[in-house]
Ligand binder design. Structure first.
Ligand code: ATP
Length: 777
């Protein structure tokens, strides 16, 4: 394959039959590009296969230099041409083969996916995949639960004890080793006191001086994994100065500590769960702090190297000083917070948890470490915050209702990671030196108290307490259920009431509609009747005018036929039983001699028991009585509207009275609107229709209108249609009705008016002729 470079010739060098023109130089042998196939090409797709042969041929052949064409008669070129021709043929064959294979692949893929069995199988596989996914999620949840249970069984607050080896200085000083470890028990140690007595201490694990960082981390790992499951975790190292807190937490580049190994583990597990979980980590580090830590460093990290760099930068600003106990003593707490954000790629569940990694400052006795000035102050602050930490742990251990987290910045900061919902791991660091015996005992006693948080109240082991807890939960659930049931019942009752109210409302609406229809019908009927009455009136008028000359005789005859002068009501117009519409009713004095007033006065004398207001006996018109003795006496009713009360406003009711209009085209517009406020409000459709009447209206403008109606309406009814009573004294005698009485003569009313009774005139059920009618004669 390291043969001479072959270049493509331009198209013009190749004839259509595949014969090739070469360049004569062997090193620049070229092929036509017209027949290239993928199988036979290298960089430019040129076939490499024949090159060796071609080269050998070239060696044999004698090419002329330059770009001359090779003569076909030159012998050595023949085999080469032959070979090239062969190659072209081969290329063609390969091309054909390729085309055939491509077709086959196409067919296969089409056939493959077109087969219904295969589609079915794919669907089955899809279902199985979904099922497995579901199962996997369940298994994950179960794993988390069990894992958490294991951690809880071990204790949510765990205490590890780590003892460092005697250092060179201590050996030189001849200090004794006071820590004894049981080879069979990895969680116990004994401290040899000055009086040679042994004091036993028991922790979740005890690390001996020869245990390296990996051994320590192996025990730490399970609790670290909980962070990825969404639990808050706090790991802190506590102990006397120079006992190895920093060594345990940070370590050295050769012996990485818990911080580094923890983060490494987090990255490892997150990588392991990459297929179904997505994690993000944020790191914060501060030398000491409150919730708002000045100069706090926060970084997004994606590898342990980045974490290490951040830790180093944090360490650079950490306050370090030399004490008699430790040459490189940390004079501050170092807190590292790792925030883990997790998201399940399967069900989208999200978690956010914190991991606190805390290297506390040394819990030394101030006198012992021989410090003064600023160092002394530092030590006092350190001790204060450690004391606050001790108080918090004591409160947690005793299940106190109040946990004094805010007594120090340290506990305030760790509040969310110290307590029931969190997992806490404490390293108590001790020195084996007899010189540090007192400090060692202090630290171990404190650690035992911390451990009491887990073992003391037996929160995880005592069945009784667990049962009590569950019982309370069940009681609460029952109570909640009862409440829910009550609420549901209430809701049901309210719904029923609502339904009833709705149906009532519907029926009332229907009634209203029905009444409206009735009212409309009645109105139409009345208009018809009025029209008919008007026609009758017209005919009666013509009749009266024809009999007027004999009125005197008729009157005499009438008087003779009635004993004691008692007047009969007017007779109905023969022969039809049409009732004449009422004329306008008024109690106002008439202005003319032929008006209603004169007649009215006479009637009052005749019927003293029914004096003024509503009902009056109507004296017979003499001309009618004389001319038609067959007419029966009728009793007429008058509704006289009393003067409206000045202040009282009566609400309008939905009753209309009749009114009759002697139609006159010019007046139609002024008399077409119903002047009842109720109708105007509630029944706009009704109001819109033309009315040929105008009820008593005390409105001043009404008096200006030359009304053409004569109505007979009880006073009560008239008041119903009043918008508002006129102001006192505004009443004018020139009532349109009166004017009407003067101008127009006769109207018959078919109405039944019921309001008369209320006005003291007794019930008048069938009013007949209006007095005004009679006055016309
Ligand atoms: N388990 C151990 N194995 C070997 N060397 C240790 C171990 N623990 C501590 N040391 C060494 O002891 C010395 C003091 O340790 P370190 O500084 O970690 O103590 P410290 O508790 O952090 O002190 P301070 O509270 O003053 O900061 C260091 O030189 C450290 O390397």
């Amino acid at each position: 394959m390291e043969d001479p470079v072959m270049e493509l010739l331009p198209e013009s060098c190749c004839d259509g039959a595949g014969s090739v023109h070469f360049q004569p130089e062997p090193s620049s042998l070229s092929f036509s590009s017209s027949d290239r196939t993928p199988a036979a090409e290298t960089r430019e797709g040129v076939v490499l296969e024949p090159i060796e042969e071609a080269t050998s041929s070239m060696e044999e052949g004698s090419f002329s230099s330059g770009n001359k064409e090779v003569s076909s008669c030159q012998e050595p070129t023949l085999p080469l041409v032959q070979k090239i021709t062969n190659l072209s043929t081969k290329i063609q064959n390969l091309k054909n083969e390729h085309a055939v294979l491509s077709d086959q692949v196409k067919n296969i893929s089409t056939d493959f996916f077109a087969q219904p069995e295969l589609v079915g199988a794919l669907q089955l596989l899809g279902k199985e995949h979904e099922h497995l996914k579901k199962k996997f999620v369940q298994q994950q949840a179960e794993r988390k639960r069990l894992y958490n249970e294991v951690i809880e069984l071990k204790g949510n607050i765990r205490v590890f004890c780590r003892c460092r080896p005697l250092n060179q200085a201590e050996v030189e000083k001849g200090c004794n080793d006071v820590a004894e470890f049981d080879s069979c028990q990895d969680n116990e140690l004994h401290i040899l006191s000055a009086d040679s007595s042994k004091k036993p201490f028991k922790f979740d694990h005890v690390f001996r001086p020869d245990d390296n960082q990996e051994v320590v981390f192996a025990e730490t790992k399970p609790i670290v994994t909980s962070v990825l499951d969404g639990y808050n975790v706090c790991i802190f190292a506590y102990g006397q100065t120079g006992t190895g807190k920093t060594f345990t937490m940070e370590g050295t580049p050769e012996n990485r500590g818990v911080n580094y190994l923890t983060l490494e583990e987090l990255f490892r597990v997150s990588e392991e769960r990459r297929g179904f979980m997505k994690y993000e980590l944020e790191i914060k580090q501060a030398a000491d702090g409150t919730q708002e830590v000045p100069g706090l460093v926060e970084s997004h990290v994606s590898s342990t190297d980045e974490v290490w760099k951040i830790l180093q930068s944090g360490n650079c600003i950490r306050s370090v000083g030399s004490t008699s106990a430790n040459e490189q003593s940390s004079r501050s707490h170092c807190l590292l917070r790792v925030t883990v954000k997790g998201e399940s790629l399967i069900d989208g569940q999200k978690t956010r948890s914190h991991l606190w990694l805390v290297d506390l400052a040394g819990s030394e006795r101030v006198g012992k470490i021989e410090v003064e000035g600023e160092r002394l102050k530092e030590s006092q602050f350190i001790n204060k915050s450690l004391s606050a930490l001790g108080d918090v742990i004591s409160a947690l251990a005793s299940k106190s209702s109040h946990v004094p987290y805010r007594n120090s910045k340290l506990t305030h900061l760790l509040q969310n990671s110290l307590g029931e919902d969190c997992k806490t791991l404490m390293f108590v660091q001790i020195s084996p030196s007899s010189a540090d015996l007192g400090e060692t005992l202090c630290s171990l006693n404190f650690a035992t108290r911390v451990r009491g948080v887990e073992t003391g109240p037996a929160r995880k082991h005592s069945d009784h307490n667990e049962l009590l807890k569950y019982k309370q939960m069940v009681d609460k659930l029952k109570h909640d259920e009862k409440e829910t049931k009550k609420l549901r019942d209430n809701n049901h009752a309210l719904q029923l009431r609502l339904t009833t109210k709705e149906s009532m409302c519907r029926s009332l609406q229907e009634k209203v509609r029905e009444l409206e229809n009735q009212l409309e019908e009645e109105r139409k009927t009345r208009i018809k009747q009025e029209n008919r009455a008007f026609a009758s009136m017209a005919s009666a008028r013509s009749l009266f005018s024809s009999i007027r000359p004999t009125s005197a005789a008729t009157e005499n005859s009438y008087n003779n036929n009635n004993n004691g002068g008692e007047r009969k009501p007017p007779l109905a117009p023969p022969p039809s039983k049409l009732r004449m519409p009422l004329r306008g009713i008024t109690n106002l004095p008439s202005t003319g001699g032929r008006g209603a007033t004169a007649t009215w006065k006479r009637k009052e004398n005749v019927v003293p028991t029914r004096p003024s207001a509503v009902t009056k006996a109507i004296p017979p018109p003499p001309t009618v009585a004389a001319n038609n003795s067959r007419l029966k006496a009728r009793r007429g009713s008058f509704a006289v509207r009393p003067a409206p009360p000045p202040a009282e406003v009566r609400l309008p009711k939905r009753r209309v009275s009749l009114a009759t209009l002697i139609p006159e085209p010019s007046m139609s517009s002024s008399s077409s609107t119903m002047s009842t406020p109720l109708m105007a409000q509630r029944r706009p459709s009704f109001v819109r229709k033309k009315r040929y009447s105008r009820l008593f209206s005390p409105l001043p403008e009404a008096s200006e209108t030359p009304a053409r109606t004569v109505t007979e309406t009880p006073a009560r009814m008239s008041s119903k249609f009043m918008g508002s009573p006129p102001p006192p004294g505004s009443w004018k005698p020139k009532h349109p009705t009166v004017v009407a009485l003067q101008r127009k003569s006769l109207v018959w009313s078919p109405l039944r008016l019921r309001g008369a009774k209320n006005n003291g005139g007794g019930a008048v059920r069938r009013p007949s002729l209006v007095a005004a009618v009679r006055n016309q004669f």
